[in-house]
Design a protein around this ligand. Sequence first.
Ligand SMILES: CC(C)(COP(=O)(O)OP(=O)(O)OC[C@H]1O[C@@H](n2cnc3c(N)ncnc32)[C@H](O)[C@@H]1OP(=O)(O)O)[C@@H](O)C(=O)NCCC(=O)NCCS
Length: 482
Amino acid sequence: MIAMNSPGAQADFNPTASEPGTGSASDSEIASHPETDALLDGELGNSLYRAQFVAWFRAVAPYVHAFKRKIFVVAVSGEAVVAGRLARICEDLALLRALGIRIVVVHGSRPQIEEQLAIRQVPSRFHNDLRITDTAALECAKEANGEIRLDIEAAFSQGLANTPMANADIKVMSGNFITARPLGVIDGVDFQHTGIVRKVSAEVIELALNARAVVLMSPLGFSPTGEAFNLDMEDVASSVASALHAEKLIFLTDGRGLVDADGELIRELSEVAAEKLMSEATLSEPMGFYLKHALRAIKNGVPRAHLVPFSLDGGALLEIFTHDGVGTMIADDDLEELREATIDDVASILKLIEPLENDGTLVKRGRTRIEREIDNFSVIEHDLRLFGCAALYPFPQERMGELACLTVDPEAQGMGDGEKLMKRIEQRARAIGIDKLFVLTTRTAHWFLKRGFTVATVDVLPKDRQRMYNWSRMSQILVKKI
Ligand SMILES: CC(C)(COP(=O)(O)OP(=O)(O)OC[C@H]1O[C@@H](n2cnc3c(N)ncnc32)[C@H](O)[C@@H]1OP(=O)(O)O)[C@@H](O)C(=O)NCCC(=O)NCCS
């Protein structure tokens, strides 16, 4: 049940913190104060750097353990190659492979095919945004794909000392792993050599992966009649991820990821929510196309699909190894079990929290207060039984919210429900313009620290909440920017 983007760790040193609006103060922010510069240049700076480095490295460990030997299919668009990102992307993928992740790279070639067509003065022909590949266009596709393939092989062959590729020694394997069939005639238009994936040679690809090779696939497939077909990178990536039962399908895209109607990045969405988004048809291309194929992979058993901006240096690493990621993650979990509470849930919530109220873990609330505040609660339910709850108390003036009463039934603890509830409260908070969550806890500080909260003092709380702070309880205060 745990979201695979979050196998339980949050870097204390947030590598994304220098991005606007993410994480807490980074070392670069501290260094921007002139009076600290001198200190940071000296012994203090060294020890701060060392401490952050070690903390960061250790924070990555749970992900490394979780993903060892798992298969990631990474789709690199032709646009990423044009933008000059290839060398860096390959360096990052080489690092993933060194960590034991089995990597399949699928590359795109749209701009490169366009370039070839222009050189040969062959007009581009599309119908319903799909390329019609006639014989001349197929020659251009072969040329373009061959060139990119060589560029990728060259990038994986780097090994200069003092670069991330030193000692990498990566072997790249490619082949006729895709059987394709023609797309055929649609609306009376013959797509000729434009094809779709019919079959993936999963067993052979796995042999190559088990030999520690990086498998490289072009958007070309072959039919039993010996014909070549021009395919969509997204179709190939999604089909390969499905056939290999990959852990992740990652599209390195030229956008930020999926955005909502206000232009805000959607960090995470369930399969159900993704389907709804598709049906609303508000997505602009190419995001709609990526989402369509991401969803197809999820339906075929790939647990997570990610849309990650290639323009962000190390985007794939940030998405995989940081708690909140940098793009959009689509998850197979049926998040419908997570919902807002109704008045009918009061008895179950009371049953859940009473033992914790009695042993002092939670502040006593009582039936009447929970009934009155039921709209603040979110709950998690399995098979009609309530297993967890959490509440959000907004302080709109300060744009802050309190995450309270987070509880998971002991029977269901350790399976990620606590984290799901926390994320739901974060979503609810964001939706009403809150940008900082805080929590008061006497026994669970470490759980929150691992999930991006930092220790704070009473004076950071909203004024009204400061007045209600129970000094005899001496709860720890933790804050997270969301
Ligand atoms: C805190 C709580 C909500 C977590 O729920 P959960 O569903 O078990 O959470 P997750 O599955 O996401 O996390 C499980 C991890 O948290 C760890 N964890 C659980 N309680 C912890 C605590 N008090 N301190 C630190 N870590 C804790 C578990 O050991 C497990 O670690 P792992 O990743 O190494 O396996 C649950 O333990 C609970 O109900 N505790 C009592 C109520 C409470 O203290 N609430 C917070 C005050 S508002």
